[in-house]
Design a binder for this molecule. Structure first.
Ligand code: NAP
Length: 321
């Protein structure tokens, strides 16, 4: 495993992390779930990303991960970085969604209970809340640290200006925003024009989610939509896959010329920028995990390869990267 420094903090993260958004819900961890988590850890993937509502049902990914912490990962707590988040709908009524202090701190307590933990390593606000004052949301993140329930804090999907404002508010109470978690892949390059420079200037890290564009940047959908795949359950994703297929096929050819699987090239590409600390992948099998980890065998791109990818999937205008 390659470990990369999170911004200008003391925390190193594995270049590839595993997220439990999909495939880890249900009544108890499946044998495949347990094999994935064990194999990931053996391969040095020491960061697992969760959120209050990962499942289904909501909360079950944390409950199942808690069970694996007590069995498959028993005794390894200090070798792990475990994150959770709150910000999307979690429970009924006005106190189970968005960014109030009331919601965030109650949700963190619930996450700790589900996972059987005293603290999480990183607690995120999961999405911007246009109606709650940012002071209140950042105050809640700061309280989580001050109460010892989170070692570090982060935000997800915050726009550049809101990120800079969040950093400034946390600084007033001597807390640093450790990391930003944006969606980022060859097919979605929104962070390049501004966000990365805000993070660089302030010493914050960046951990990319859905680096495989939910499976689009793999061989999974090159010949249709297989039964049991994510797109078989998600009609919007299936439509997006259809739309992107011509570009994805061309990307697959470039990957082949590099001697890599498409998934491996997509992960290497996200990690080509040193501001990206880690990429959080989702997997539904150990086979997928192994294929993805092998991306780390070749992280280098020639200028011609980068140019060919830019032509197929350009960065938004104004990009400095
Ligand atoms: N902050 C946020 O708002 C937010 C939002 C979304 C995700 N996340 C985080 O990011 C994590 C990853 O997101 P994601 O699951 O969308 O990531 P992703 O890595 O882009 O997509 C994962 C999916 O791609 C397919 N896949 C992965 N490797 C493959 C391979 N080698 N060959 C064929 N198919 C492969 C699998 O689909 P199948 O399941 O169909 O096999 C897998 O479930 C989440 O678990 C979560 O922790 C955060």
């Amino acid at each position: 495993m390659v470990y990369r420094r999170t911004g200008r903090s003391g925390l190193l993260l594995p270049a590839l992390s595993v997220g439990l958004w999909q495939n880890f819900g249900g009544d108890s961890p499946s044998d495949e779930n347990r094999a994935i988590i064990r194999r990931a850890f053996e391969r040095g993937v020491v960061h697992f990303d969760l959120a209050n509502n990962y499942g289904p049902p909501y909360g079950s990914a944390e409950t199942n991960f808690g069970q694996m912490l007590r069995t498959d990962l028993a005794g390894h707590r200090d070798e792990l970085v475990i994150s959770s988040k709150a910000g999307w709908d979690m429970w009924p009524g006005p106190y189970g969604n968005w960014g109030s202090r009331k919601y965030l701190l109650a949700s963190l307590d619930q996450s700790l209970l589900r996972m059987g933990l005293d603290y999480v390593d990183i607690f995120y606000h999961h999405r911007p809340d246009p109606d709650t004052p940012l002071e209140e949301t950042m105050g809640a993140l700061a309280s989580a640290v001050q109460q010892g329930k989170a070692l570090y804090v982060g935000v997800s999907q915050y726009e550049p200006a809101r990120t800079a404002a969040a950093i400034a508010l946390l600084e007033k109470v001597n807390i640093r925003l450790l990391i930003h978690q944006p969606v980022y892949s060859i097919l979605n390059r929104w962070i390049e024009p501004e966000l990365l420079s805000v993070l660089e200037k302030n010493g914050a890290g960046c951990i990319a989610f859905s680096p495989l564009a939910q499976g689009q940047l793999t061989a999974r959908y090159l010949d249709g939509i297989p039964e049991g795949s994510r797109a078989a359950r998600d009609r919007n994703l299936a439509e997006t896959i259809q739309r992107n297929l011509p570009v994805v096929r061309r990307l697959n050819e470039i990957a082949g010329q590099r001697g890599q699987a498409l998934s491996q090239m997509a992960l290497a590409w996200v990690l080509r920028d040193p501001h990206v600390t880690s990429a959080i992948i989702g997997v539904s099998s150990v086979r997928q995990l192994e294929e993805n980890l092998a991306a780390l065998d070749n992280l280098d791109f020639s200028p011609d390869e980068l140019k060919a990818i830019d032509e197929l999937a350009p960065a938004p205008s104004g990009s400095g990267s």
